[in-house]
Design a protein around this ligand. Structure first.
Ligand SMILES: [Zn+2]
Length: 103
């Protein structure tokens, strides 16, 4: 995997690398988003795809599949959009020190 720099964030128990070629304007869970995440973190991309398949729709938390989730963007350049439930948002902040802004 080729990484051209940028901060490293954990998503769940996987690591997501943000990198310069990523386009932060794409929404979470779109085909473009999956293309980008697949290059960054294939395991997390496969896991999120499975979560969405099981849920039957894409308005779920990117990490755990909780329907009560909201769109966020990572506070970092380049930012990765993501959907998070309140629990996953808290875990990301407390355990991984990641910051997110609501979209
Ligand atoms: Zn969650």
């Amino acid at each position: 995997m080729e990484i051209s720099g940028g901060p490293i964030y954990s998503i769940g128990r996987y690591v997501c690398y943000t990198y310069a070629r990523y386009n932060p304007s794409v929404d979470a869970h779109t085909p473009e988003w999956f293309d980008a995440l697949r290059r960054l973190d294939p395991e997390q991309a496969a896991m999120t795809a499975q979560i969405i398949k099981l849920a039957g729709h894409s308005d779920v938390c990117s990490i755990c599949g909780e329907p009560r989730s909201k769109p966020y963007i990572m506070v970092a350049e380049p930012a990765l959009p993501i959907r998070l439930c309140d629990d996953c948002l808290r875990i990301q902040k407390e355990m991984h020190g990641a910051s997110f802004d609501p979209l």
